[in-house]
Every structure is written in structure tokens, then in C-alpha cells.
Ligand binder design. Structure first.
Ligand code: AMP
Ligand code: MG
Length: 415
């Protein structure tokens, strides 16, 4: 992004840019975190920075998919309920038995699910098709060659790509890596995010409130948002509106952060907007108006030698929340070299009318139920009560100032 206009030149921060233009400016400025090797137990939520291939065929040996009897299919070809095939049982193979067995023609070996198939076997008769005999078994149905057999390589061939770089290590992918024998994988780690709220009016939840004060909700909320998006988040104590204190507080966090997020202090209120005042001097953070509601005043840039990305989100809790979901979430993915964190969008029918300011995209709190979405009352950006009832954000495009009930709209599904 280009640096912001010089202080004083435009407290208006220029004309608003679109949500998409702002999103892409952010994403193009983000460099993925360095790759690290992590043991599987620590890799969950990280993003693969290598392909994971099958070093051996999966499974690596022919085995039984059922509890039953290993046989030669030709020995049970004529089996029927009235005329069972009678086979002498010469042994038993359990899962994990690494012995070498061979089936003699005309006999059976009892075999368990996952146990190695004895040589000379071409089918397994499930125990349900037999009398379950121990010394001799009566088989009541014929089994085709290959019946209940899991062949080596039947899941994946040797050398096959099982997981591609860019895949997020969710439980399913952890299973694949472990099944392929991998102890560790090369990934981009979970970004470390430090969240810091500013405001003289903010006090800690749990302390008594004096008129003029509010409890800080943003830092807890945004840290929770970051964790939900897969980051490791730390919440900093409230930072007062002291222009001299903001920058040192941020700089102190640089060594433990891959991403900084502040809330508050970036609107148009002059000297009280301490975040904007402190960061504008650096020249590496750009303050913009984005054509949206809530969340119009935004700041993004880099700070410190390491050029740690920083988002300065507006202070109203709903503005901060929407800004996180629309701008920060994809940026967390980008830090991991991924692009999978944008919220899912569905089309839904409005159960009530909605309004939106001209020229701005509105994100309205709603309750999505199937293909219908109900706008909530209490849409001002300080109204957290309705945020607590919402499970979706209704998107009203820039070109619309109202949409009637019955209209369809894009709806972001909240995580
Ligand atoms: P600001 O962006 O600092 O001008 O704040 C805008 C509005 O958001 C004001 O009403 C603030 O009191 C409120 N606000 C700012 N920070 C927080 C916070 N951490 N928690 C709750 N409300 C906040
Ligand atoms: Mg403030």
C-alpha cells in the first residue's frame, strides 16, 4: 500500500475505497511466515509448506477387511446353506501378527480385521457366512476371489501425493500424515497475534464501573476471533489515550507478534485518536476510509524492523468485529500461505426489510435459518447485544439503500 497522506493534509483520509480494493491491498502486502518443521501433535491448524507423499504403498501389505476365514475362493465356490463347504481350520492370525503363514489348499485360517493375509489366500469369508467353527468351519456361501481383501496400495500407491502444500492441517490431514508414517511436517505456523485496545474510557471487566467508563470488550473479542481463525492470540492490557504511550506499547510487543491488532483511536476526532496520531508519524501505516458500514475508518501497514503487519480497527465493537472478519481473517490465512479463511457466503431470503447508506456496503447482523435470514434490531455499531444474537452478516451492496422483505441477499456465515 502507498503510505498515507501527510498528517494534517487530510484527516478525511481521502475518498473511500471499496472493500475489495482494500482487501487486495492488504493481501498483496503480506508475506507468508517462514517455514518450520513441526511434530504432528503441534501441526494442527498449521498450513503445509510441502507435499506429503506416500513413502510406501498404503496399506503396505494385503490384509483382511473383516473378521473371518482366509481361504482359496475355489474351495468355497460351491458352498450353499444346505451344502456348506467344510474346511479344516489350521490356525489364527490376529491384527499385528507379523509371522509368515501359508494356506494349504482345502483348508482355512481364522483371520481378524487388519491381519496380514497368509500366502496362498485369495479371499476372506466373513465369519457371518460361516458357523464360526474352531477346528473345522462350515462355509455357507461362496466368496469371489478378492472378497474382503484390502490389497497393498489400495488406499494410495507408493509415491502418490496425499496432501499438497497449502493444505491446512485439520484432523483429517493429521490422520493422513500419520498414516503415511510422518513424524513431522514442514508448515507455516499459526501466526502469533497481539491484540491491544486503546481508550481512556475502558476498564477491565470485573471491576466496578464509574459513569463515563465502559468495560473493554474489543480486546477479548478480537483475541477470540484470532484464535478461532487459527492464530495464537495474546491480549494486551488496555492502553490509555496517551499519544506518547501507544507507540512504545506496540513496539514492546513486536518481538512476540507476527501480527498486531489495535482497536479504537482511528476515527476523525483529532488529538484523541492516539493510534492514528502515533502511527501516522512512522509513515508505514496507511489510514483509509473504506466504503462500508460499520467499519469505515481503517488502518493497515507495517511496523518495526521486521515489518510486522498491523491492523488498526475502529473502536466500536461491532465495527471491530466486522473489520476482523472481512479484512483480518484473510490476512491470517495469507500469513500461513493460504487463502481459505474468507467467510462462506450464501444467498438467503430476507425476512424483513433492511436499509443501508448510499455508496457503502452494509454488513447487518442477522439470524440465518436455512435459506431465510432475519435482520436483527439494534444495528448501530456500539450495540453488542444484537451481535450476541447474530449468526450471520447480511451484505447490502454499495448501490442499494434498501432491500424489501422477500429479496435475496448475500449473507456471510459467521464462524
Ligand atoms: P474510538 O474509535 O476510540 O473513537 O471509539 C469509538 C467507540 O467505540 C467509542 O464509543 C468507544 O468507547 C468504543 N470503544 C472503543 N474501544 C472499545 C473497547 N475496547 N471495548 C468496547 N468499546 C470500545
Ligand atoms: Mg477511543
Amino acid at each position: 500500500m502507498t503510505p498515507g497522506p501527510a498528517a494534517g493534509a487530510a484527516d478525511a483520509d481521502g475518498s473511500p475505497i471499496t472493500v475489495e480494493a482494500y482487501q487486495s491491498a492488504i493481501l498483496s502486502a503480506i508475506t507468508p511466515l517462514p517455514r518450520v518443521q513441526l511434530e504432528l501433535a503441534a501441526a494442527e491448524g498449521c498450513v503445509l509448506a510441502e507435499d506429503v507423499t506416500a513413502a510406501v504403498p498404503l496399506p503396505s501389505f494385503d490384509n483382511s477387511s473383516m473378521d473371518g476365514y482366509a481361504v482359496q475362493a475355489c474351495d468355497v465356490a460351491g458352498a450353499a446353506q444346505q451344502a456348506p463347504a467344510l474346511l479344516r481350520v489350521t490356525g489364527e492370525i490376529a491384527a499385528g501378527d507379523v509371522g509368515a503363514y501359508r494356506l494349504a489348499p482345502g483348508t482355512a485360517i481364522k483371520i481378524m480385521t487388519g491381519a496380514q493375509l497368509p500366502a496362498g489366500t485369495d479371499a476372506v469369508v466373513p465369519v457371518e457366512w460361516t458357523d464360526g467353527g474352531i477346528e473345522q468351519v462350515a462355509v455357507y456361501r461362496p466368496a469371489e476371489p478378492g472378497n474382503a481383501v484390502r490389497y497393498a496400495g489400495g488406499d494410495a500407491a507408493e509415491g502418490e501425493t496425499l496432501l499438497s502444500a497449502g493444505a491446512r492441517m485439520r484432523p483429517m490431514q493429521i490422520a493422513v500424515a500419520a498414516s503415511a508414517g510422518r513424524k513431522a511436517v514442514t508448515v507455516r505456523p499459526r501466526p502469533r497475534v497481539v491484540v491491544l485496545s486503546t481508550g481512556d474510557e475502558l476498564t477491565e471487566p470485573g471491576t466496578p464501573l464509574v459513569p463515563g467508563q465502559i468495560w473493554d470488550s474489543n480486546s477479548y473479542m478480537i483475541a477470540a476471533c484470532a484464535r478461532e481463525a487459527g492464530a495464537v492470540a495474546y491480549r494486551h492490557a488496555v492502553v490509555p489515550d496517551d499519544p506518547a504511550g501507544v507507540l512504545p506499547a506496540l513496539e514492546e510487543q513486536l518481538s512476540r507478534a507476527d501480527l498486531l491488532i489495535t482497536t479504537g483511536g482511528v476515527s476523525m476526532g483529532g488529538e484523541h485518536d492516539v493510534v492514528k496520531a502515533a502511527l501516522r508519524e512512522l509513515g508505514t501505516v496507511t489510514f483509509r476510509k473504506v466504503a462500508m458500514q460499520p467499519g469505515m475508518p481503517q488502518g493497515f501497514g507495517m511496523i518495526g524492523h521486521e515489518k510486522i503487519p498491523i491492523f488498526t480497527l475502529p473502536g466500536n465493537p461491532v465495527s471491530a468485529y466486522v473489520s476482523f472478519q472481512v479484512f483480518v481473517r484473510p490476512a491470517i490465512a495469507a500469513l500461513q500461505g493460504a487463502d481459505d479463511l474468507s467467510l462462506p457466503v450464501v444467498r438467503a431470503t430476507l425476512s424483513g426489510p433492511v436499509r443501508s447508506p448510499a455508496g457503502r456496503r452494509s454488513y447487518l447482523r442477522g439470524v440465518l435459518d436455512g435459506s431465510a435470514v432475519t435482520p436483527l434490531s439494534g444495528q448501530q455499531s456500539h450495540q453488542v447485544a444484537s451481535l450476541g444474537r447474530a449468526n450471520a452478516l447480511i451484505v447490502v451492496p454499495e448501490g442499494e439503500t434498501q432491500l424489501p422483505a422477500g429479496h435475496t441477499a448475500d449473507v456471510l456465515v459467521l464462524p
